[in-house]
Design a protein around this ligand. Structure first.
Ligand code: F6P
Length: 382
């Protein structure tokens, strides 16, 4: 970890190790202080046998340590491991008052904090307090195709196109197939018409979030990529060179969006089953958080219209499943360095050329591969 810091790789590291004795923590403290690094200790203490057993069955038996092992054998082995640790384990307490720490007891039922002294530490504590381990999924969808999407225009507050309207009508059945009967969801939308129109047939509680509005393209709002390239050629190039950091004149960058999504992420971590219907750039940021996609890559991901994505966070990976409504839509994706137009849009190649609407909403399902676990706070500004 110290080498990683010395090489200038980042500003926050997580030292995930058995720092379970007072002497070990003291040693870490001394090493960190000598390198001018602030340490925050996180202890998660659990004496609730039900939580312990369900955690072992759900998490430990799928851990890389037990790959290919009989779950019963793995569970027994892990219980023995706990017993061995108990012999030497010393909880963090009063006689370590000079250390900065957060102690979570029985997954946050009781939280003790000590010497939390700056903004970042307080955000980390808040984040940890919001985490839970109950099983849940998050469903993500873009709004139905909009009239602006058809014209290749950015931003705005357009209504749905006819096919977008069809997607709105098909969404309750798509959701039912993925969620199952009887499970309640809460639906989050942006404050823009196209997301609200898309969710209007869903029989669930709905919440509108300004923080879920599409990336603000400032002076480029209402323009097509071609018009942006023509009017602001240097900006167009600068965005291609560093899309994550590029901020539209009078508007936002992806970095800005990630920061404004912080309350959404916090609320998502506290919540159970949520369906978010929002916009291309916003979905990229939320998806990247759960699937650990690098900052340079996330703004270039393809997030197709008329597709419902289900993410199920697990201990070592977030599982992903996609359901595609059989309702055609234009592609609004444009690759790095490519011509200033949506790829696959009618003007580009004929792919995605609007087909006759009226297609029956049948579902195609594809199951994605599990991706790495949530990124550490180092890549997500808390
Ligand atoms: O084209 C649809 C859209 O949601 C626009 O409103 C928005 O400006 C754009 O996608 C964001 O995608 P990108 O960052 O790739 O331009």
């Amino acid at each position: 970890m110290l080498n990683w810091f010395r090489a200038g790789n980042g500003t926050i590291a997580i030292l995930d190790a058995t720092n379970s004795t007072k002497s070990r923590r003291r040693w870490i403290q001394e090493r960190c202080t000598a390198e001018n690094i602030e340490a925050l200790y996180v202890e998660s203490k659990c004496d609730d046998q039900n939580i312990i057993m369900s955690n072992i069955m759900e998490v430990k038996t799928t851990s890389p340590d037990y790959r290919g092992k009989d779950p019963e054998v793995a569970a027994q082995d892990f219980l023995n491991r706990i017993r061995n640790y108990e012999k030497v384990y010393q909880t963090i307490d009063e006689d370590e008052k000079d250390l900065t720490y957060v102690k979570l007891i029985n997954v946050g039922k009781h939280v003790i904090i000590n010497k939390i002294q700056d903004y970042l530490q307080s955000r980390v504590v808040y984040y940890l307090m919001n985490l839970h381990i109950r099983p849940r999924s998050i469903w993500l969808s873009r709004h139905g195709e909009s009239k602006y999407n058809l014209e290749g225009k950015l931003g705005g507050d357009a209504d749905l196109s006819d096919r977008g309207e069809q997607y709105a009508r098909a969404l309750p059945e798509l959701v039912r197939r993925s969620v199952g009967d009887g499970r309640k969801l809460t639906v989050w939308t942006s404050t823009l018409k196209r997301t609200i129109q898309t969710t209007r047939f869903l029989p669930f509680e709905k919440l509108e979030w300004k923080a879920l509005d599409e990336l603000d393209c400032g002076v480029c709002d209402g323009l097509t990529y071609a018009e942006v390239e023509e009017r602001y050629p240097e900006d167009f190039q600068a965005r291609d060179d560093d899309k994550y950091n590029y901020r539209y004149l009078g508007g936002e960058s992806y970095r800005d969006v990630v920061i404004r999504l912080e309350p959404i992420i916090m609320e998502l971590e506290r919540s159970e089953n949520i369906l978010i219907v929002t916009h291309q750039a916003i979905l990229r940021c939320i998806y990247a958080y759960f699937q650990n996609v690098e900052q340079e890559k996330s703004p270039w991901m393809e997030v197709p219209l008329h597709t419902l994505i289900r993410l199920t966070p697990k201990a070592y990976a977030t599982q992903e499943e996609r359901l595609k409504a059989d309702i055609p839509a234009v592609s609004t994706w444009r690759g790095k360095g490519s011509a200033a137009r949506h790829q696959g849009s009618p003007s580009a190649s004929g792919m995605g050329t609007p087909k006759e609407s009226g297609a029956t909403p049948s579902m195609m399902s594809s199951v994605g591969t599990p991706s790495p676990k949530l990124p550490p706070p180092a890549v997500w500004p808390l």
